[in-house]
Design a protein around this ligand. Structure first.
Ligand code: HEC
Ligand code: HEC
Ligand code: HEC
Length: 138
């Protein structure tokens, strides 16, 4: 009897652990990439490591259409922008790239909240680690 109880408790703990892990990812199971864009965040490592962009925040939560960014500001190709020499804060402050909206009126200004976009070396390694772990789990 005691053993069964222990099994149930362990089961519940593991199950809620899995739920918490899923919630932490914050991408719903039925997230539709055709409607909202790629599920995985885009990470740039140039010129500085690393800056992150999340489609979900902008489309599903922010209500933006694809053509508010594609293809005038960004190509539909992860990593394309970081090949340009002008992918810098100076261009953002001038209203280019993210700065088209992150100007303090449409969205928070590019000269504030640095760490909302910049996740640093460790943040990037963590994301990559998560992605690798996620792939193994599937
Ligand atoms: C707020 C801006 C923004 C909006 C809105 C947006 N995207 Fe994107 N998208 C980006 C950025 C930034 C990239 C990465 C481009 C780069 O690295 O140069 C990207 C890349 C992509 C890619 C390439 C991913 C890959 O792995 O190569 C696809 C596909 C894409 N977007 C689809 C969509 C679709 C579909 C929508 C509408 C549902 C959408 N995007 C809306 C900013 C946006
Ligand atoms: C077409 C307009 C538009 C473009 C372009 C755009 N964003 Fe945003 N972004 C928004 C809006 C609107 C929000 C939600 C409102 C807010 O947080 O101010 C948002 C929110 C965010 C957030 C969420 C902050 C939080 O509260 O969690 C981050 C991070 C972010 N954007 C990064 C970027 C990056 C990096 C780029 C360029 C690669 C970019 N955005 C390009 C409009 C845009
Ligand atoms: C809206 C998103 C966003 C915010 C907010 C932001 N950055 Fe950036 N930052 C970028 C992007 C995109 C790049 C280019 C990609 C890369 O370097 O990985 C970049 C690149 C940089 C670079 C290297 C290129 C250059 O301009 O010299 C520095 C340094 C930098 N950011 C500092 C900052 C500081 C400091 C803050 C806060 C005052 C800040 N950033 C806020 C998106 C942002």
């Amino acid at each position: 009897m005691k053993k069964v109880f222990v099994f149930v408790v362990v089961g519940v703990v593991l199950f809620s652990g899995a739920l918490l892990f899923a919630a932490d990812k914050a991408v719903p199971e039925d997230y539709d990439e055709d409607t909202y864009g790629p599920k995985d965040p885009i990470v740039w490592e140039k010129p500085v490591k690393a800056v992150v962009f999340d489609h979900k925040v902008h489309t599903m939560e922010g209500g933006l259409e694809c053509d508010s960014c594609h293809d005038e500001l960004f190509q539909m190709e992860a990593g394309a922008a970081q090949e340009n020499d002008d992918f810098t804060m100076a261009t953002l402050y001038d209203g280019g790239y993210c700065g088209a909206c992150h100007d303090g009126s449409t969205a928070f200004a590019s000269n504030t909240r640095c760490t909302a976009c910049h996740i640093g070396v460790r943040g990037s390694d963590r994301l990559q680690g998560d992605a690798a772990a996620g792939k193994k789990a599937h």
